[in-house]
Structures are given as C-alpha cells and as structure tokens.
Ligand binder design. Structure first.
Ligand SMILES: Nc1ncnc2c1ncn2[C@@H]1O[C@H](COP(=O)(O)OP(=O)(O)OP(=O)(O)O)[C@@H](O)[C@H]1O
Length: 287
C-alpha cells in the first residue's frame, strides 16, 4: 500500500495583535512553524527538536512516530505550552499556544486517577475545572454531568464500574476510563502520548476500536504519539515520521484507508506492507 505525501496548504498570513508577532494560517488546529527546542545552555545544551513544521487541520487525526528520544513528546509539550519553543512558533487554533483558548484533553501511558475518588468522580473531574462547565458544576454534577459521564462509560463498556475505585479496575479498564476523562469536556484537541503502551495486544486492539469510535463520534483534532506502527496505521489519517534526535519530521503521509477501519485491516498484505515501509524508514534514520 502506498501512502501519499500530505499536501501542505499554502500559508494565508494574517497579523495577530494579541498573540505575539507571529504569522499564522487560518483555521489550522495546530501549527508548528519551524519550532525548535533546546534544553539547557552552553556545554549542557541538549537540542531536543530541530526546526519542525507540522500542521493539523481541525478534525485531523495525526500520528507521530520515530526513534526513541527524537522529540515526539517534546512536540506534545509544545502544543500544551508546557514548554516554549527556543525558536520558531507554536500556534493552537491560530493563536500562540500559551493563550490556551481551545479545550484540550490528554491521555498518557499510565493513567493517573485519584485513588480516593470513584471512576465516575475521576471521569467527571475536567467538568469541575474546565470552562464553561465549571460554572454549573454544583448544579449539574448529579444531573446532566452525571448522565454525560455515564453515557461515555457506557460507550467504552464500563457502565457497571462507575461506582468502583481505580484500584478495583484492570489496566485496560483504567485506560478506557482515562479516555473518557480525556473526552468528557468535549475537547477541541486530544493529545495522546503512548496511551496503550502498557497493555497487552488484545486489550490494545480493543481500545483502538473504542478510540476510533469515540473519535468518529466527536471528531476532535487528535495528535497521537506512539511506537506502535500498527496503532498509527489503524487510527490515524496521517502518519508523520521523525528523524533521530534532534528530530524533525522527515515524512508526512496520508493513510489511504477509509474510516471506520475494521481490526482485520491490520492483517491485510497492503497494511503490513505500509507498516514495513514505515519500519524501514525509522530503522534507516535511527542509525
Ligand atoms: N527537560 C529536559 N532537559 C534536557 N533534555 C531533555 C528534557 N526533556 C527531554 N529531553 C531530551 O530531549 C530529547 C527528546 O525527548 P522526548 O521525550 O521528546 O523524546 P521522545 O521521542 O518522546 O522519546 P521516547 O519515544 O523515548 O518517549 C531526548 O533526548 C531527551 O533526553
């Protein structure tokens, strides 16, 4: 299966008086404009990311793959504005990432649930702290918000576990709850860093399908960091491959498969060929 290069749209430049002196492209959910990251200074300086360009349109599902240490998580940290680029710019929804005007959901490899709260209370947490939900939390937590949480838990097969505590759930169940928590506040942008890395293959495939359903239902913009090329190929519409540290994106290709995809797709010769090509490219850049 040949995956085709993603055509990068020509930049439409507008000036933004309130978002620093940057050039932006309208209607892009995420834009890295030659963003680079250097940690430390002098002899101790570590370049974590070479100048990198990456564009996600609203509703895109993009996977970032590449050798260990190439800067994948650094890109997520830039988008969440946990760190600032040393040069270049990072825009989210057309404005500097630090402005944080879009709602974000996040899920990482090890779900951090609060052990003294039930699954329902953990999943509901973003509604307590994120605008505009937090203003009506007291009124809605036992009504509309509870219904919202229960509907999501039902969608991932956890309807009967709302009242359980995190320590009463398996790793796969916890990760399902984690996805619910990442999506409960209808984020515009969903950032996933190896969310299924710690799970066995069967549970992982089950969760790929659950994530695909949740994504197609809501269509947030998704940036997924993964080492699993099948995961990238099954879930993403585009796969960006990074070079070894200090990484940059060396390939940005469209996965030519309509969605929704059935899990059997990953065992077809075309899909296997696609992942082998990606694997060969990563093996080449690791050296
Ligand atoms: N705070 C920091 N200070 C110094 N170096 C850092 C810091 N954070 C990350 N790095 C370095 O930057 C590089 C990129 O890190 P990053 O975590 O983005 O890689 P990654 O591609 O996500 O790796 P992996 O696939 O192994 O999780 C690594 O070499 C890492 O050691």
């Amino acid at each position: 299966m040949n995956i085709s290069a993603h055509p990068t749209a020509p930049a439409e430049t507008v000036s933004l008086p309130d978002a620093q002196n940057v050039v932006t492209t309208r209607h892009k959910a995420v834009e890295l404009q030659q963003a680079a990251v250097v940690f430390g200074t002098g002899d101790k300086a570590v370049t974590a990311l070479s100048p990198t360009k990456l564009i996600l349109d609203k509703g895109d599902f993009v996977a970032l793959v590449g050798p260990s240490g190439c800067g994948k998580s650094t890109i997520l940290r830039l988008v969440t504005s946990l760190i600032k680029p040393s040069s270049g710019a990072v825009l989210v929804g057309g404005r500097d990432a630090s402005i944080r005007h879009l709602r974000m959901g996040m899920a990482f490899q090890n779900p951090t649930m609060l052990p003294w709260l039930t699954i329902e209370q953990n999943v509901m947490m973003p509604l307590k702290i994120v605008k505009p939900f937090k203003s009506t939390f007291r009124q809605d937590r036992k009504g509309a918000f509870r219904d919202r949480v229960h509907a999501l838990l039902g969608q991932v097969g956890l309807r009967d576990f709302a009242g359980h505590f995190p320590w009463q759930l398996s790793g796969g169940m916890l990760q399902r709850a984690n996805l619910c928590r990442a999506l409960v506040h209808d984020p515009d942008l969903l950032l996933l860093d190896e969310p299924f890395g710690a799970l066995d293959q069967f549970t992982r495939e089950e969760l790929w399908q659950i994530l695909q359903d949740l994504y197609l239902d809501r269509k947030p913009t998704v940036l997924l960091v993964t080492h699993d090329l099948r995961e990238a190929g099954f879930l993403a519409q585009r796969i960006c491959v990074m070079s070894a540290r200090p990484g940059r994106i060396i390939s940005d290709e469209v996965v030519p498969l309509p969605q929704p995809r059935a899990i059997d797709t990953i065992y077809t010769p075309e899909f296997v060929e696609m992942t082998q090509n990606l694997r060969a490219l990563i093996a080449q850049v690791r050296q």
